[in-house]
Design a protein around this ligand. Structure first.
Ligand SMILES: [Fe+2]
Length: 241
């Protein structure tokens, strides 16, 4: 599959612009600086739906990750097998104006605006690759996938980071959601320091705003904890068998 760039409609361009403008205003206050720098590095802006060819050329200057066009959510096995090849699965379709804040499943604003800017960061992509490599070793083990899914969820999708003494957001689920990113900054949800063991033991729901978030100190911390994830995961799998 390829991105058919000439197929985008005026409504698509309008949706991208409205979502981008609205979210960038919000993110300038609450997002990780590294994410905002990533947006600049890959040259995303409100006036142009990203063209994957250009985006990949930009990524070439940083981590050499590529985008792999998918129609919608793909099986976990396919997902992680793409990631170990440094290919990020991304949809190319955009939500309608009538559903700006509610989506049945991730569209391009989530996959591309939410995920791609941090694909310019070496430590972040090293971590991403690391959990993908662990995951492909356990593709037939549902329990292992559930546990790794927790790590993915509380970092890549809904992670928070401490920057200059302030808590900021970096997870793609937050970057692409006006409502949840604002909510994540309030005192309503519980916030914990990042801890591999705790995360592996924390289940989550996908149908509500999170009631717990985990805060990393740096992207290097994520990268450096990959061996610990594998060790703790193996210990939990042993206990279960
Ligand atoms: Fe996502």
């Amino acid at each position: 599959m390829e991105q058919n760039y000439s197929n985008y409609t005026d409504e698509d361009r309008k949706v991208w612009k409205v979502l981008f403008d609205r979210q960038i205003d919000n993110l300038s206050k609450i997002s990780s600086q590294e994410y905002l720098d990533g947006l600049t590095r890959i040259d995303f802006n409100a006036d142009k739906i990203p063209n994957f060819e250009n985006t990949e050329q930009r990524l070439q200057n940083y981590t050499c990750w590529k985008l792999h066009v998918v129609p919608s959510i793909i099986p976990v096995k396919d997902f992680f097998e793409l990631l170990i090849k440094k290919q990020f699965p991304a949809t190319t379709w955009l939500r309608k104006m009538t559903e700006l804040d509610y989506l049945e499943e991730p569209d391009m604003f989530h996959d591309v605006f939410g995920h791609v800017p941090l694909l310019t960061n070496d430590a972040y992509t090293g971590f991403f690759l690391g959990i993908a490599e662990i995951s492909v070793k356990h593709l037939d083990n549902e329990y292992a996938q559930e546990l790794l899914g927790r790590v993915y969820w509380f970092t890549i999708e809904f992670g928070l980071i401490r920057e200059n003494g302030n808590v900021k957001a970096y997870g793609a689920g937050l970057m692409s959601s006006l409502g949840e990113s604002k909510y994540s900054m309030t005192n309503e949800p519980q916030k914990f320091d990042f801890d591999v063991k705790t995360i592996l033991n924390t289940s989550f729901r996908t149908d509500i705003f999170q009631d717990k978030y985990f805060i990393i100190d740096s992207y290097e911390q994520l990268y450096n904890c990959v061996p610990e994830i594998e060790k703790e995961l193996d210990a939990m799998l042993q206990l279960q068998s």
